[in-house]
Design a protein around this ligand. Sequence first.
Ligand SMILES: Cc1ncc(COP(=O)(O)O)c(C=O)c1O
Length: 404
Amino acid sequence: MTATITPAATKIRLDTATAHLDPPVAVIDLPSLETNAADLLRRAQGKPIRLASKSIRCRAVLERVHGQPGFAGVLGYTLAEAIWLATDPTHPFPDVVVGYPTAERGALRRLAADEVARERVTLMIDSAEQLDFIDAAAPGHPEISVCIDLDASLRAAGGRVHIGIRRSGVFTADDALALARTVAGRPGFRLTGIMAYEGQVAGLGNRPAGKPLYGLAVTAMQALSVRELAARRAEVVAAVDAEFPLRFVNGGGTGSLETTTAEDAVTELTAGSGLYGPGLFDAYRQFSVAPAALFGTDVVRRPRPGFVTVTGGGWIASGPAGADRVPIPTYPQGLSLTGTEGAGEVQTPLHGVVADVLAVGDRVWFRHAKAGELAEHVAAFQLVGADGTVQEVPTYRGENQHFL
Ligand SMILES: Cc1ncc(COP(=O)(O)O)c(C=O)c1O
């Protein structure tokens, strides 16, 4: 029989492992990271998962997960980052697709000059304008691998309703084939893949807390979108692959692994956030995440019964500003932010019955609403094992690497 790990036991383990560190302190709870990685693999049903590095932003964690069977390649977020990951002397990542188009002139010049980086890095494009930009930034560059970003949004009512990310102008098989032919006709470029990220499925929770009707509407929209995209993605891939054999077709994200992997046209998936288990990923019906990345800060005062105030706490996530972007008090269980102050710049009041058992100096653990952004606030993560051992590893910020 395996013993259940209770939230109270996890809190004690994290508190003890980090007791020597002043707040704020950020941890990766390794048992939870492993649970989350295993669950991503289960949901991927055998298709390889490319790691979305924006949602991790720590090389030690990337290396650790990438080394497990079932994970292959990185979906980077800037070209400078991709070159850095691909050309590291001790642990180079052999396959980094930059998930978004780039306008980094200096990094493009470095890519053009570096044969190893060019072998390992693929750029994202959705129009000939980006090819022109690359040519202008690095005139006469040797062959660069590119991937076409197919728009995966749902268009309804004859195009008047747009649901999903406003991303690429490539929507139909004709659009994709035309761009693939343009790439083939331009010296210095090689088409290697197609990516389509269905953010309205993969990144939008279908069980939002306290909004059951909205959740049902999201679920219905997602079912429609999954059907529409499966047919369109198959058509696009068949058309392009027949003329220009593709090395990979990438799709999905943490929230869509089940449906994306079911498409025969897709050869690999992407996921990142599901490893850390941030707050926004509590809102899904078909899976749950374990809290793996947390930040801890300490009680500094007790304004009145039922309340404690901790230092800092206000690490707010990107995206449409709203209540779901604030950090979530996680350990001890039973604490909430206040409606009037929220998560503050220098201090955060929290309330709940459990507040009365906390003293000045006690640690409270929060989850960030999003995954990788936590790493921008701290120089290191403490990797805490099941036995309470702790290893400090630098985040990207701790390695003095700031890409966004
Ligand atoms: C292109 C792309 N693919 C995949 C993902 C999924 O990443 P995650 O699993 O971290 O949500 C994202 C997230 O925004 C993305 O932009």
